[in-house]
Design a protein around this ligand. Sequence first.
Ligand code: ZN
Length: 90
Amino acid sequence: MIEFRDNDDGYLWWLERHPDGYVVNAHRRPIASYLVLPRAECPSITRLATNAKTWTHGQFIKVCSDKISDLDAWVCQVPGELSSCGMCRP
Ligand SMILES: [Zn+2]
């Protein structure tokens, strides 16, 4: 499991090498009501939203892993629960 904050280059590098992986999109200071889990190939986290200039330098961070179980463990510490991305439904 790897956490990307202020590191778009590292994040994009990871996505490219882990197409079957998973990502948690969370606030820089993670809050329980926003812990979204998309697949690594989901447009929601591979394309920048309108008006967004960065994936990891702004309001959000990305926590990445090949295994959902790792990310489950991470959100337990927030504490919170993953909510599956509605676009790719992991
Ligand atoms: Zn998705």
